[in-house]
Design a protein. Structure first.
Length: 229
């Protein structure tokens, strides 16, 4: 019985050492992975990585992880000649494979959400246009048009949709002064616009868009999603 108790104590101690070593290793790996994340054609502000599953060390030895959660902030890329910044993107990556001597990571599948703030959408809109949340799943777009030499500010409630799986389309539901010759075209020339959403990791596709108080929430999903290398 004494020998059995000693054996159990040894097992518990070794188990504790293994768990501590495993957690230390995963913490180091998460930090290193966050610094390695790159997106082709875009720059990023910062990234956070959380590696799921236990034990980590056996997954690392196999160069394959069951799930990795990623949060990226400040994704910037060109959009129709204007700078479009994705405020943040959060994604759950499944069946992640490390390749190219641990310098590249590819997920078999991924789901997540990208958010474009109204401040950043305003910067991507036409000059002099301000985009805000309008409530009830709409956005409010305000622009100034020139009527007979006089600048007039007009605000409209607009719907936001996805076009061709990669473009955000903003269209006014109704324009003040509809029916007045030339006025509707002038207003829509300011308030209506399309902007391509770029800068997402290769393999991710846009699925659904919803205006919220915090910005445009865009659901993303994909296969063979590449985040580094």
């Amino acid at each position: 019985m004494r020998a059995l108790r000693i054996l159990l104590v040894v097992v518990v101690i070794l188990g504790g050492v293994f768990v501590a070593a495993d957690r230390a290793a995963v913490y180091f790996a998460e930090s290193e992975a966050a610094g390695q994340i790159k997106i082709t054609g875009a720059t990023i502000g910062s990234a956070d990585v959380s590696i799921k599953g236990f034990p980590f060390l056996t997954q690392a030895a196999d160069s394959r992880f069951d799930e990795v959660d990623v949060r990226i902030t400040g994704i910037e890329t060109d959009a129709n000649g204007r700078r479009l910044r994705i405020s943040r993107m959060e994604a759950a990556l499944h069946d992640v494979r490390l390749t190219d001597n641990y310098t590249a990571a590819t997920a078999a599948r991924a789901t997540g959400t990208a958010v474009v703030s109204y401040e950043d959408l305003t910067k991507a809109a036409s000059d002099g246009v301000v985009v805000e949340y309008g409530g009830n799943g709409k956005v409010k777009v305000t622009g100034t048009v020139d009527i007979l030499g006089r600048p007039l500010s007009r605000s409209v409630l607009s719907s936001v949709t996805l076009v061709d799986g990669d473009t955000v389309r903003v269209r006014a539901d109704k324009v003040p002064g509809e029916g007045i010759p030339g006025l509707e075209g002038l207003v829509r020339g300011k308030t209506d616009f399309d902007r391509e959403v770029g800068g997402l990791p290769s393999g991710l596709k846009l699925q659904r868009i919803q205006p919220t108080a915090d910005g445009l929430e865009i659901s993303v999903t994909g296969t063979e999603v590449r985040l580094a290398g």
